[in-house]
Design a protein around this ligand. Structure first.
Ligand code: GUN
Length: 296
């Protein structure tokens, strides 16, 4: 039997409707509109698309968004000054510095400079540390979206084998920490996994992936995951967004894996729409933190 396709677009719309209600309630109580500031350096076409999508999504749920464009030739110091002014601006609750930054800019210094209370990407080492200790402030958007997708489809990872393909700071590492922990905030059923992180130096990779109950592919290699690498009935989450001659493809060979997996996310329309949705949630949380609201 073919896998059930996990529709991220429909789920994202549903969660955004929930966020919209929460934003309206917050605005009503606090007389403050949650505001996200995105910083876009240079002209990278993919980044322009992402930032536009984020702006549109903010509008849909009643969050104000600001776009701060800076030239490709900007220096690290100029960017640090921009981040500092946004940190100081009490009308800005969330700050997002769009990656990748142009060569020559010290990305680590920039991301470290974002106030941890405004760090809606959860890239600041303080926020990463809180995740690793099982008491997150913000959850990074893509892993958060994946956990939402699992939880809302009643797919449990409790006691299961999860393989994360990729060890990036944005997806692989935080994903592994969240699923290996006791509860990242969405309940014990989407935590408590036995997690293996695989990467470019992993030996006998297919053997490891074929033992996974849940396989999360985040390595940025088109159609890397083949049918032979998937356990029959497994849940396969495809985080890849690869631009190829045949269009946008994921890290999973979708048509080959479809007859083997139990659940499978498509690309596009899988994890992607949830990532931006979780950014909205994080911006509302940032506004709550900065207005001294009770965090539930
Ligand atoms: N570029 C690709 N993914 C991301 C992300 O999650 N956050 C930011 N800021 N930039 C990105």
């Amino acid at each position: 039997m073919a896998a059930t396709i996990l529709d991220g677009k429909t789920l994202a719309r549903k969660i955004q409707n929930e966020t919209k209600e929460s934003v309206a309630e917050f605005v009503d109580q606090q007389q403050v509109t949650p505001t996200l500031a995105a910083v876009l350096v240079g002209e990278d076409p993919a980044s322009q698309v992402y930032v536009r999508n984020k702006e549109r999504a903010c509008k849909r749920v009643g969050i104000d968004s600001q776009l701060h464009r800076m030239p490709e030739s900007s220096t690290t110091d100029e960017l640090l000054a921009k981040v500092d002014s946004l940190n100081q601006d009490s009308a800005v609750h969330g700050i997002l510095v769009q990656l990748p930054l142009p060569n020559g800019i010290d990305a680590r210094r920039i991301l470290d400079a974002v106030s941890p209370d405004k760090d809606v990407d959860a890239f600041h080492p303080g926020n990463v540390g809180l995740i690793s200790q099982g008491r997150p402030r913000f959850l990074p958007c893509t892993p958060h979206g994946i956990v939402q997708m699992l939880a809302r489809n009643q797919i449990s990872t409790d006691g299961k084998r999860v393989v994360v393909l990729g060890r990036s700071d944005i997806v692989g590492k935080p994903m592994a920490m969240m699923l290996a922990g006791r509860d990242c905030g969405l309940g014990s059923s989407v935590a408590n996994a036995t997690v293996t992180v695989c990467h470019s130096r992993t030996q006998n990779l297919a053997e490891l992936t074929a033992a996974a109950d849940v396989l999360i592919a985040a390595i940025g290699q088109p159609k890397f995951v083949t049918a032979a690498m998937v356990k029959p009935g497994a849940t396969v989450i495809d985080v890849g967004i690869n631009r190829t001659d045949e269009g946008l493809v994921g890290d999973v060979d979708f048509h080959a894996v479809l007859p083997v997996a139990g659940y499978l996310t498509p690309v596009p329309g899988g994890v992607g729409p949830l990532t931006v949705t979780m950014l909205l949630e994080n911006t509302l949380l940032a506004a709550r933190i900065q207005t001294g609201c009770q965090i539930d």
